[in-house]
Design a protein around this ligand. Structure first.
Ligand code: SF4
Length: 397
C-alpha cells in the first residue's frame, strides 16, 4: 500500500482564489510557450484537433503532426469529407489511433448535426465521438471563452500539491472533488487562458518528480510546499505489467510493390495497414507462425525459410517482437479470404482496385489488401511498429 493520507479536500478560500487567478494569469502572459494552436485560440476545430493529439502525447511530438494535419484539412468540413485512410495516414506514427478515428467521426457529426460549426457547450461537445469532459472543457473555454473547467494529469498534480492531498489521484471520489475545485478557481473572464495556464504550470514548473517551486507563482498559496510534501504528491503509480508478444511478418514483393493488408477495425492498431502477419501463441516458435502464415497468403507466394531479421517495438503495456521473412509473389493475386483476421466489407474491392496491379483473386470477397510501391505508403495509415518493420527492410519512399 502506498503512503496515502486521505484528508478532506478543503478548497482555497476566496482571497487565496483571487490571488491564484491573478498570479497565474500574469505568469502565463509572461511564460506561455508559443504553440501553433495557441495562434488560433478562437478556432474551435484547431483546439479540438490539438487537444485530441495531445492526449497521451508530448507537445514536442504533436507540433509537426498538428501542422501537417491542419494544412491538409484546414476546416472541419475538409476533414469530414476526407477518407479515413488518408486521416490515418497523416496520423501514422503518432500512436493511439482511435483518436484519429474519433476525430474523423466527430468532424462528420459536426457537419451532419451542427451545421459544420464545432459546438460551444460542454454537453454538446461531450456527445461527439472521443470528446470527454476534459476535452470538452478545453474547447469550450479556449475557443469560446466559456466558464468550463479542465482536469488533465497536469492540473490534477498542481491541485493536489496546492491542497496538500496525499491521496490516489485515480480515486473517483477525489477526481470529482478536484473537478469541483477546478471550477471554483475559474475566473469570471479569460477562462481559456486560466485553464491553459494551469496546464502550462503543471507541464513546465510543477512537473512530475521534483517541482521547481522557486519559480512558481502559486508558492505563497501552496499547502504542499508549505508542509514539505511536494515530492510525495502524487504518490508513485503502480507499475503496469509489461507483456511480450511476438509476430511473424511476411514481406511479399511483386513487381516493385509489396503486399499490405488492413487490420481489423477494433483492437490494437485498428484500421491501420501492415505487412501480413501472424501472432505467435505462448510456446510457439517463429517456424510455427510461418507455417500458418504460408497457408494464408495469396497463391504463388514463396517465402524464404531464413529470417530476414527482427524488429522490436515497445508499447505502453507490451513489448512486441516481429520476426520478418521475405518472399515473392509470382502473380498479383490478393488474398481471397479474410484469413488475416482483417475485416471484410463493401469497400474492399474498391480500395484494392484503386492502387497497384489488378487482383486476379476475388478481391471483393477478401480482406482489404493492396500492392503498394514505397511512394504510395502515404496513402495508408501505418503504426510505428509497422514503420519499424519497413525500416528493417529498407522499404520507404
Ligand atoms: S509551489 Fe511547488 S508544488 Fe506548489 S504548485 Fe508551485 S511548483 Fe507545484
Amino acid at each position: 500500500m502506498r503512503n496515502e493520507v486521505r484528508r478532506p479536500v478543503i478548497p482555497p478560500d476566496s482571497s487565496s482564489r483571487s490571488r491564484i487567478r491573478r498570479r497565474l494569469l500574469a505568469w502565463y502572459d509572461g511564460h506561455k510557450r508559443d504553440l501553433p494552436w495557441r495562434r488560433r485560440a478562437g478556432d474551435a476545430y484547431a483546439q479540438m484537433l490539438a487537444e485530441l493529439m495531445l492526449q497521451q502525447t508530448q507537445v514536442a511530438t504533436v507540433i509537426g503532426y498538428y501542422e501537417r494535419f491542419i494544412a491538409r484539412f484546414p476546416t472541419v468540413a475538409d476533414l469530414a469529407r476526407a477518407d479515413l485512410d488518408e486521416v490515418l495516414a497523416l496520423w501514422s506514427g503518432l500512436g493511439y489511433y482511435s483518436r484519429a478515428r474519433h476525430l474523423h467521426a466527430a468532424a462528420r457529426a459536426i457537419v451532419e448535426h451542427h451545421g459544420g460549426v464545432v459546438p460551444s457547450h460542454v454537453h454538446q461537445l461531450m456527445s461527439l465521438p472521443g470528446i470527454g469532459r476534459y476535452t470538452a472543457g478545453a474547447i469550450a473555454s479556449i475557443a469560446y471563452g466559456r466558464r468550463a473547467a479542465v482536469l488533465d494529469g497536469n492540473v490534477v498534480r498542481v491541485l493536489m500539491r496546492l491542497l496538500a492531498l496525499e491521496d490516489d489521484p485515480k480515486r473517483p471520489a477525489l477526481r470529482e472533488q478536484l473537478w469541483s475545485v477546478a471550477e471554483q478557481l475559474l475566473p469570471r473572464s479569460r477562462c481559456g487562458d486560466f485553464n491553459q495556464a494551469l496546464m502550462e504550470l503543471g507541464a513546465t514548473v510543477c512537473r512530475p518528480g521534483i517541482p521547481d517551486c522557486d519559480e512558481c507563482p502559486l508558492r505563497a498559496d501552496c499547502r504542499g510546499h508549505e508542509r514539505g510534501l511536494v515530492d510525495r504528491i502524487p504518490p508513485p503509480a503502480r507499475r503496469a505489467t509489461v507483456r511480450s508478444v511476438e509476430y511473424v511478418v511476411a514481406a511479399i514483393r511483386h513487381g516493385g510493390r509489396m503486399l499490405f493488408v488492413q487490420r481489423p477495425l477494433t483492437g490494437l492498431w485498428a484500421g491501420l495497414w501492415e505487412l501480413p502477419s501472424e501472432p505467435l501463441a505462448a510456446g510457439e516458435t517463429a517456424g510455427d507462425g510461418l507455417r500458418r502464415l504460408r497457408e494464408r497468403l495469396p497463391p504463388k507466394c514463396r517465402i524464404k525459410d531464413a529470417e530476414a531479421g527482427t524488429a522490436t517495438r515497445q508499447l505502453t503495456h507490451r513489448t512486441v517482437l516481429f520476426h520478418v521473412y521475405e518472399g515473392r509473389a509470382a502473380s498479383a493475386a490478393l488474398p481471397a479470404t479474410a484469413s488475416y483476421g482483417v475485416s471484410t466489407g463493401p469497400r474492399t474491392g474498391k480500395r484494392s482496385a484503386r492502387t497497384g496491379p489488378k487482383s486476379s483473386g476475388s478481391a471483393s470477397a477478401g480482406p482489404p489488401a493492396r500492392w503498394l510501391r514505397p511512394d504510395e505508403l502515404s496513402q495508408i495509415g501505418l503504426s510505428r511498429a509497422g514503420l519499424a518493420v519497413l525500416q528493417l527492410l529498407r522499404w520507404s519512399a
